[in-house]
Design a binder for this molecule. Structure first.
Ligand code: SAM
Ligand code: DTB
Ligand code: SF4
Length: 340
C-alpha cells in the first residue's frame, strides 16, 4: 500500500488542486463524492478550505432571543412553536422593545457579537415589521451585528428591515426539496427560495441552512447542501442544526442521526461554501466536547452562545467558555462596521 491515500473519486480531481476555491457550480455527483471520502481525507480538505479563508481557531458568536414565542400557524414537524402540536409551550406576544434591548445588552456583555431575533410567524405583518425595525435600530446602535428570523417576507419587507440596520436575515431551507413535504405542508420550498431571493436582492446578508437528523437520507443531505452551494451566491452564514427532539412534535422519537454523519455534513458544507461561516447550531446541548471538537475540526466556525436557543436549551456560557479554553478557540471580533 502506498503511504498516500489513493484517489478513489476522479470527480474530485479538479477540486483537489484548488481546495477552498469559491464555486457555485458544484454538481450533485461532486457533493456525493465528498460525503463518501474517507473521514481523514474529508477533514483534511475541509481544513484546507477553512484555513484559506479564516483563522481556524476563531469562532463567530451569536446569541438568540425569541421575541415572539409559540402559537405559530405553520406545521413544521420539528417545531415546538407550532400551534398544531401539544408541546406545553406557553404562547407569548411580541416582546417590548425595552426587554429586547436589555437582552441584547446582556448578550453583548457576555461576549456575543451578533444578536439574532426570532419570531414564531409564518411571516410578519406590516405593524410587526415596524415594531421589529425599532428593535433592530436599537440593537444595532449598541454595536452588535443584527439578525432576524421572522419567516416568509413579502415585497418591501426585507428593505424595511435593512433600512432599520439589519445585517443578516435567517431563513432555512431545512432539508432537501424531495424530503421537504414530509416535514412541512403549509408552505413550499419555492416559497422559501423566494424569500431568500428577496433578502439577497435587498442587500442583506443571507443566513440559510438546515436541520439534520429528521429521518432524511444521505441523498437528502447531499441535495440540501448542493442547493445551498449552488444558490446565486453562497449564504454568508450556514446554520447546521441537529434536530432537537421535542415531546409533542411529530418528529419526537425519530432515530438519531449517527454523529459522524453530522461531522461529515459540516465538513462538506465547509468545502462547498468555503468562505461562509458554518454554524454549529441547535442540538449542541447533547454533544460531548469531543464531538463539538470534531465539528470545529470539520470547519464549523460559528455557534449560538447562551443557555437558550429559541425555546429549547443550549450549553450555558460557562460550559462554552470552558470548551473554548479546552480547544484553544477564541471569539471572532465583530465586523468593524457593526455600529454604523
Ligand atoms: N418562524 C420562522 C421560520 O420558520 O422561518 C423563524 C423561526 S424558526 C424557529 C427558525 C428555524 O429554527 C427553523 O427554520 C428551523 O431550521 C430551526 N428549528 C426549529 N425547531 C428546531 C428543532 N426542534 N431542532 C432544530 N432546529 C429547529
Ligand atoms: C437556526 O438555524 N437555528 C436557530 C436559529 N436559526 C433561529 C433556531 C434553533 C431552534 C431550536 C428549537 C428551539 O429552541 O425552539
Ligand atoms: Fe412556525 Fe418557524 Fe416553527 Fe415553522 S419553524 S412552526 S414557521 S416558528
Amino acid at each position: 500500500m502506498s503511504a498516500q491515500s489513493e484517489d478513489s473519486s476522479p470527480v474530485l480531481d479538479q477540486y483537489r488542486l484548488d481546495p477552498g476555491a469559491v464555486r457555485t457550480d458544484w454538481t450533485p455527483a461532486e457533493v456525493e463524492a465528498l460525503f463518501g471520502l474517507p473521514l481523514n481525507d474529508l477533514i483534511f480538505f475541509a481544513q484546507c478550505a477553512h484555513r484559506r479563508h479564516f483563522d481556524a481557531n476563531s469562532v463567530q458568536v451569536s446569541t438568540l432571543l425569541s421575541i415572539k414565542t409559540g402559537g405559530c400557524p405553520e406545521d413544521c414537524a420539528y417545531c415546538p412553536q407550532s400551534i398544531r402540536y401539544q408541546t406545553g409551550l406557553e404562547r407569548e406576544e411580541l416582546m417590548d422593545l425595552d426587554e429586547v434591548v436589555a437582552a441584547a445588552k446582556r448578550a453583548q456583555a457576555a461576549g456575543a457579537t451578533r444578536f439574532c431575533m426570532g419570531a414564531a410567524y409564518r411571516g410578519p405583518k406590516p405593524a410587526q415589521v415596524r415594531a421589529i425595525a425599532d428593535m433592530i435600530r436599537e440593537v444595532k446602535a449598541l454595536g452588535l451585528e443584527t439578525c432576524a428570523t421572522l419567516g416568509l417576507l413579502k415585497e418591501g419587507q426585507a428593505e424595511a428591515l435593512r433600512d432599520a440596520g439589519l445585517d443578516y436575515y435567517n431563513h432555512n431551507l431545512d432539508t432537501s426539496e424531495a424530503f421537504y413535504p414530509k416535514i412541512i405542508q403549509t408552505r413550499t420550498y419555492a416559497d422559501r427560495l423566494d424569500t431568500l431571493e428577496r433578502v439577497r436582492k435587498a442587500g442583506l446578508k443571507v443566513c440559510c441552512g438546515g436541520i439534520l437528523g429528521m429521518g432524511e437520507s444521505r441523498a437528502d443531505r447531499v441535495a440540501l447542501l448542493h442547493t445551498l452551494a449552488t444558490l446565486s451566491a453562497h449564504p454568508e452564514s450556514v446554520p447546521i442544526n441537529y434536530l432537537v427532539q421535542v415531546e409533542g412534535t411529530p418528529l419526537d422519537g425519530t432515530a438519531a442521526l449517527e454523529p459522524l454523519e453530522f461531522v461529515r455534513s459540516v465538513a462538506v458544507a465547509r468545502i462547498l461554501m468555503p468562505a461562509s461561516h458554518v454554524r454549529l447550531s441547535a442540538g449542541r446541548e447533547a454533544f460531548p466536547d469531543e464531538l463539538q471538537a470534531l465539528c470545529f475540526l470539520a470547519g464549523a466556525n460559528s455557534l449560538f452562545y447562551g443557555d437558550q436557543l429559541l425555546t429549547t436549551g443550549n450549553p450555558d456560557t460557562e460550559q462554552d467558555d470552558a470548551l473554548f479554553q479546552r480547544l484553544g478557540l477564541h471569539a471572532e471580533p465583530a465586523l468593524p462596521d457593526a455600529a454604523t
